[in-house]
Structures are given as C-alpha cells and as structure tokens.
Design a protein around this ligand. Structure first.
Ligand code: HEM
Length: 499
C-alpha cells in the first residue's frame, strides 16, 4: 500500500517536527540571552564594587523598592545610607549610578560627555531635538544662536510683562474667592500664568491667554505627557518604540503630543503671519536685541541650512515646555512653603512692602533688592535629575543630602544668607557647567515677581485637609495639587482713598 506525500498523518508529523525544532531554537536563544545577562551583570557588579547598594534582584533590580509613589522617600533613604553615590539596578541587568555628592557633581558637570540617549529619547516625540536633547556641534550652534535671547537687555522689559501676567492671575483669584479665605488649587492657575508669561516674552504674543480654552488643553496635555513619560521610563515592556506605540499609553502619548504640537504650531504661524505684514520684518531686523522666536524665524529665513522646519519646531516645543512648567512648579512650592512658615512669609512681605509700597510698579532694579525673599525662594527649586551614560545626577538627592545640608527637611532660608560658605556644587537647581539652564535668570526674575506681587495682595495659608503629596516627575510635582487658603490683605491705596 502506498502512502501519499500529502497524507494528513505525515503532514501533522512534519508540522510538529517544525514546532519542536522552533521551540528548541527559542529555548536555546533564551538560554544564551540569560547567560549574557548573567555575565554582563557580573561584570557590572565588579566594576561598581566600590559603590555599595542595597541587595537587588538579578532580573528586576531595585524595581520593588522604587514603586511609583516611593521614589522620593526611597531616594532620601539611600542618600542617608550611602552619602555620595549609589547604583540603582533596573530590570534586565541595567544599572544607573545615582550621584548626589557635590564633588562628583563638579567632576561630571565639568566634562562635556553627551547626554545619554537612554531615557532622554522618550522626550523626543514631544519636544524634539531642541536645546535640551541635542548634543555635540548642533547643540553648540543652537546654544550660541539662542543665548542672545537671554541677554539682560532683553530680560529687563520682561519684568513688566511678568508683572502683568501675575496681576491677571491675582485679579482672577480675587473674583473667585470673594472676601473669604476659601481653599484654591493654585498650581493650575500658576501654570496658566507662567504660560502666559513665556508666550508674551519669548513668542511676542499679544494679550493674555489665561482664560483661553486652548491653553488649558495644552497644559493638560503637558501634565499627561509628564505622567506618561514617567511611567514609560519605569516599565520594561514600554522601552521599545513599536511595542509602546501599540499600547493604550503609547496611543495616549501620541494624542497628547499632537495636541501640544497644534498649540505650538499656531503660535509660530501667528508670528510668521505678523512678519509678512509690510515693514514688520524690517522693524525687527533694526532691533538691537531679538527675542527668542524672532531669532529662530530669522535664522530660518536667512540661513535655512542651519535651521530646518523640524529644528525650529523642536526649539519652540522645548522652550514652551521648559519655559513654563518649571517655573510653575517652583512658584507653587514656594507659595506652599511660605504658607506653612508664616513668620518667614511675614518677613518677606515686610521686605517687599518696604521696597515696592503698594506694588503698583515693579522693575528689574527692584529684583536685586529683596535678599530675604530671594533666600526663601532659593530653597524651593527642585528639578529631579539629569541622566548621563550610566550616571544620574540626582539634584533632588543632592539637595536632600544630610552630609551637604544638615537637617535637609527643615525650611531654613538662612542656609542661603550672603556669606554662608557652601561647596560650589552643593546647590544646583539650574544644573551647572556648559549644559546649565539657559533660562535661569528669566526663571529667577519670574519667581521673584510672582512672590512679591502675591504677598502684597494675599496672606497665604495652608489647607490642612489637603497637604500636598510630593511626587517625582521631570520637575517635583504634587500628586494632589497644591491647595492653599488665600486671605485678601487690605489694599493700602484703598485705605487711603477711604480716609
Ligand atoms: C525654576 C525654573 C527652572 C528650573 C529649576 C530649571 C532647571 C533646569 C535644569 C536642571 C536644566 C538641565 C537639564 C538637563 O540637562 O537635563 C535645565 C536646562 C534647560 N532649561 Fe531650565 N529651568 C528652569 C526654567 C527655565 C526657563 C524659564 C527656560 C526658558 C525660558 C528654561 C530653558 C531650559 C533649556 C532650553 C535647557 C537646556 C539647556 C541646554 O542643554 O543647553 N528653563 N533647566
């Protein structure tokens, strides 16, 4: 009896043979991968033996210790136990050495290593390769091109624009609150105010955007992107771009990026349209100092090879985000700190009152004359960290390092009193070295203007029912917002009018 080549039993036998071979191959590949992981981990353990750390799982590293809401507490615990540096193991045998010692910071920031592609690359779909993410020669060209936008002649008139934005916010608060000191979640209002400021200063936007729906959606998109980015960095399955784009978090990220880009595109289009108007371009070229968006648009028009559309868009997205989210967090935490330390708040108010009177006008020259307020402000800028090759500069860890700052939990502005000796790299809210924050002077001005004008109008009080829960994001945020009670102070001018 002959058996057909295509008989079902022979076919099944053939298929199961292929399956068996495939399973064996997969098993072999898995074994090779596991052996590679093991050997790589052994090599890293040896290389890092001078940096002790708590025991870690061979595959999951320290993931268990750093559950999402434990991040800050855990960092502080490690900083206390290992006061200079500590390797943090991630999944799959990857490791990052967290540094929080001023001497290490000084060495690393004094070098010009490129930023690691690792986690920074997750920011790219959102802010593109602008100043924050660029490296090498292109970074250098862009930094040189944009530095004049932060010249003090440019920054001086911004103080008035900042004050206008703060006043719009304070007027809104007055209307919202009436006479009572009812609680208010201030972070969302402050975010709109700082977005308003950067729109006016860097993007020549006319009018206020603080009641604008589009701006509120943009701010919501930024909040979502912050959260999504943070969960992506921590999730082993979200590392690959293709896999991530198929997950619901990936799709959400895509939508939020689209929303953020629509907003920035509109701003650029509007400014381009203004420049098309007769004489406008010539007027701008005659200006001694160009503002941020004008520098970019002129560079694009005059030398397109330096700045492509994609580059321009990346810089706009970078500055729109960096220029408002950082200062909004800083101002919100300063307000919370002052609300919980009424004596310091009162001393700041007295200083500002002595300087500005009723606060009708605040100028660049005033900003250097509020030493006590500046000391209080300095305590409360905490960006999280910067990532390098295998090295994370933990700015949060540095600022909470008891070896550098004894009793770091205590709010003590006198740490920053003029003349108090500190290591040059003990306090780095704006990072250091060549990759320091280009907007630091702009940011400090905004923090001072917002604090000064707010303290003249309101007494800040904590809301004991909703204490902020700090959480790690690109910049320190609060999980449940920042709720404060605001009590309207008598206006000295109104009192005079009544007499
Ligand atoms: C309190 C407010 C701010 C804080 C605490 C802060 C902090 C920082 C830090 C720590 C870095 C280094 C980040 C890294 O290398 O990963 C940085 C870089 C940067 N910041 Fe800020 N920043 C603030 C406000 C601003 C503002 C207002 C702007 C723009 C108007 C700005 C624009 C930038 C840019 C473009 C970079 C990248 C610079 C480069 O690599 O050349 N920042 N900032």
């Amino acid at each position: 009896m002959s058996v057909s080549v295509l008989s079902p039993s022979r076919l099944l036998g053939g298929v199961s043979g292929i399956l068996q071979a495939a399973s064996l191959l997969i098993l072999l590949l898995l074994l090779i991968k596991a052996a590679q992981l093991y050997l790589h981990r052994q090599w890293l353990l040896k290389a890092l033996q001078q940096f002790p750390c708590p025991p870690s799982h061979w595959l999951f590293g320290h993931i268990q210790e750093f559950q999402e809401d434990q991040e800050l507490q855990q960092t502080r615990k490690w900083v206390e136990t290992f006061p200079s540096a500590c390797p943090r193991w991630l999944w799959g045998g990857k490791v990052r050495v967290q540094l929080y010692d001023p001497d290490y910071m000084k060495v690393i920031l004094g070098r010009s290593d490129p930023k690691s592609h690792g986690s920074y690359r997750f920011l790219a779909p959102w802010i593109g390769y602008g100043l924050l993410l660029l490296n090498g020669q292109t970074w250098f060209q862009h930094r040189r091109m944009l530095t004049p936008a932060f010249h003090y002649d440019i920054l001086k008139p911004y103080v008035g624009l900042m004050a206008d934005s703060v006043r719009v916010m304070l007027d809104k608060w007055e209307k919202l609150l009436g006479q009572e000191d009812s609680p208010l979640e201030v972070f969302q209002h402050i975010s709109l105010m700082t977005l308003d400021t950067i729109m006016k200063c860097a993007f020549s936007h006319q009018g206020s955007i603080q009641v604008d729906r589009n701006s509120q959606s943009y701010i919501q998109a930024i909040r979502d992107l912050n959260d999504l980015l943070f969960s992506r960095v921590r999730n082993a399955f979200y590392q690959n771009d293709t896999i991530y784009s198929l997950t619901s978090a990936g799709r959400w990220t895509h939508r939020a990026c689209q929303l953020a880009h629509q907003y920035t595109d509109q701003v650029v289009q509007l400014r381009k349209a203004q420049l098309q108007k007769e004489g406008e371009l010539e007027k701008i070229k005659r200006k001694r100092h160009l503002d941020f968006l004008d520098i970019l648009l002129l560079a694009k028009m005059e030398n397109g090879s330096i700045l492509s559309d994609k580059d321009l868009r990346a810089e706009v997205d970078t500055f729109m985000f960096e220029g408002h989210d950082t200062t909004a967090s800083g101002i919100s935490w300063i307000f919370y700190a002052l609300a919980t330390h009424p004596k310091h708040q009162e001393r700041c108010r007295e200083e500002i009152h002595g300087l500005l009177g009723d606060g009708a006008s605040i100028t660049w020259n005033h900003l250097d004359q509020m030493p006590y307020t500046t000391m209080c402000i300095r305590r409360h800028c905490h960006p999280m960290q910067m990532i390098g090759i295998m090295v994370v500069l933990s700015i949060y860890g540095l600022h909470y390092n008891p070896k550098v700052w004894p009793n770091p939990e205590v709010f003590d502005p006198f740490r920053f009193a003029p003349g108090s000796a500190q290591h040059s790299h003990a306090f780095l809210p704006f990072s250091g070295g060549s990759r320091n924050c280009i907007g630091k002077q702009f940011a400090m001005n905004e923090l001072k203007v917002a604090t000064a004008l707010t303290l003249l109008r309101f007494e800040l009080l904590p809301d004991p029912t909703r204490t902020p829960i700090p959480m790690a994001r690109l910049v320190l945020k609060s999980k449940n917002g920042i709720h404060l009670r605001l009590r309207r102070l008598p206006n000295p001018c109104e009192d005079k009018d009544q007499l």
